[in-house]
Design a protein around this ligand. Structure first.
Ligand code: ATP
Ligand code: MG
Length: 268
């Protein structure tokens, strides 16, 4: 006979129908879509798709893990969430220090352990671990980090799922060198670099993809100004500049957008 206690047990211990619920959470990390502004983005997405196929098909590697590393604002979180959604795996989970705010080290380790144990219950699972350095409580002053979280992550990244189950891990960081020093890089099947945008063409590509941003005259002016320029700016920072320019309605907004690019993206 099935009673209430069984239901409560199932609720606590069995996996929830994760996809429907967490898809919205994943979408929230890709609030501005994914714009293919250059080869760097294509490369990351191709590697992601390759690794998804490897996870599904390979008998030899039930555990596949990738690390997306790149400068702040380069779009790491959005790319990780996007690749996870591409997998369409039935168990999807996003781990971030944001949802563990105020947790003790021990509580964090337990939460991580639970997430991975749940993942091991599904035939195909994908776990995103965003901003490893924040999860590790890394601070350059000192320098300090949580050794408990580090050891927990190392073990979890290494533990293959039970027979017949597959796990795909996607982690992100802006501190590749630190993870290397902590011995975490070796845990990954592949480390993928996502670059900042480096040319005016990259920026024009984004502007062309966005509607109702600049009018035709403004776009012609921007094309002339930007097409042969060198820049260095992350997609998140660029979208921010575009948003500010969009709010302004006066004629000087193109000029201001350009001078912002000079200031933020080092454009000359
Ligand atoms: P941080 O260094 O603060 O963690 P981040 O590198 O994780 O930043 P995201 O939070 O992923 O950056 O922000 C990227 C934003 O840019 C998202 O809103 C996303 O929808 C949008 N975006 C558009 N095109 C791309 C792309 N090709 N790659 C990544 N993000 C993109
Ligand atoms: Mg991020």
């Amino acid at each position: 006979q099935v009673c209430r206690a069984d239901f409560m047990h199932a609720f606590e211990n069995d996996i929830k129908p994760a996809f429907g619920i967490s898809k919205e959470e994943f979408d929230s990390y890709i609030s501005n879509g994914i714009i293919i502004w250059g080869q760097s983005v294509t490369d990351v997405l191709e590697e992601g798709e390759l690794r998804i196929r490897q996870t599904i098909k390979s008998e030899m590697t039930p555990l596949v893990s990738i690390l997306i590393e790149g400068p702040p604002n380069s779009g790491k979180t959005a790319l990780a969430a996007h690749i996870a959604l591409l997998s369409k795996f039935p168990y999807l989970k996003f781990c971030t220090a944001q949802t563990m705010l105020g947790f003790s080290e021990l509580a964090k380790c337990q939460q991580l352990k639970k997430i991975f144990e749940d993942a091991h219950k599904s035939t195909l699972s994908c776990v995103v671990v965003d901003e490893l350095e924040t999860l590790l409580e890394y601070a350059p002053v000192g320098p300090r980090y949580s050794n408990n979280v580090l050891q927990t992550l190392k073990l979890l990244f290494k533990r293959a799922p039970p027979k017949g189950r597959k796990l795909f891990i996607i982690a992100t960081t802006a501190y590749r060198d630190i993870l290397d020093q902590l011995g975490l890089l070796a845990s990954f099947s592949k480390v993928i670099h996502i670059a900042n945008m480096s040319s005016g063409q990259h920026i024009l590509h984004v502007l062309n993809e966005m509607e109702h941003c600049f009018n035709n005259d403004e776009m012609r002016y921007l094309e002339k100004k930007l097409h042969d320029k060198k820049v260095c700016i992350g997609i998140k920072a660029l979208l921010d500049l575009i948003e500010v320019a969009r709010q302004a309605e006066d004629k000087s907004r193109v000029g201001r957008f350009i001078s912002q690019l000079e200031e933020v993206a080092g454009m000359i």
